[in-house]
Design a protein around this ligand. Structure first.
Ligand SMILES: [Zn+2]
Ligand SMILES: [Zn+2]
Length: 215
């Protein structure tokens, strides 16, 4: 039978078609979606293989965009947020459009500028169940939402919680300029009440709908 794995071999790198950029296992790539009106898929290259007929295949682990997850996009998801899924695949290397970078959440928030190729990942995603790891996340502000790096927040110097300007009736322009900020409870209570547990370590079970969830 002609099922010999003739000529199939592992490659250390692959040069993306039409470019001079090379990728290696561990790199992240953008892959053309079958429907070209959709944005490209984000994947992490796990392995590269030269097939028998000259085609190069890549083994990938998909990143999901929030809208591709079972729960859909939520208010706290960043525009460039992706989830590392447990969904693996083998694809033709021809579908690779370019290289991209999936940063940790912390590194992403420290980027001077976010390019088209920059993404961030703070959750792993189980595609079969739609569940996330971690399944709990710190929440901030009066609205008790996880941090969305696309939204400006300011930190109270009293309780160290972070607030959205709109949630505390402050104009975004003012929030950008303010040098010292104390939230309403820290101002009115003037430090006398210390039992309140708004010290920035609140946690929310992501399965509990936040108050402002829209459908
Ligand atoms: Zn808020
Ligand atoms: Zn405060």
């Amino acid at each position: 039978m002609a099922k010999t794995r003739q000529g199939k071999r592992t490659l250390d790198s692959y040069t993306i078609k039409g470019t001079n950029k090379s990728i290696k296992p561990g790199d992240c790539v953008l892959m053309r979606a079958p429907d070209s009106s959709n944005p490209p898929y984000v994947a992490r290259v796990e392995g590269i293989e030269a097939g028998g007929r000259g085609g190069v295949k890549v083994r990938v682990r998909w990143y999901y965009r929030p809208e591709e997850s079972i729960g859909g996009r939520r208010q706290f998801h960043g525009a460039k947020e992706v989830f590392l899924s447990d969904h693996y695949d083998v694809q033709s290397a021809d579908t690779i459009e370019g290289k991209c970078f999936v940063h940790s959440f912390k590194n992403y928030t420290r980027l001077d500028a976010v390019g088209n190729d920059d993404f961030f990942c703070r959750f792993e995603y189980r595609s079969a169940t739609g569940s996330f790891v971690p399944d709990r996340i710190a929440v901030f502000c009066k609205c008790e939402m996880p941090y969305n790096p696309d939204d400006l927040m300011i930190q109270c110097e009293g309780c160290y919680d972070w607030y959205h300007p709109t949630c505390i009736d402050m104009a975004v322009e003012d929030a950008k300029k303010i040098e010292h900020f104390f939230c309403q409870s820290c101002t009115t209570e003037n430090g006398k009440e210390t039992e309140k547990s708004h010290n920035g370590s609140k946690q929310s079970d992501m399965k509990v709908d936040p108050k402002r969830r829209r459908r």
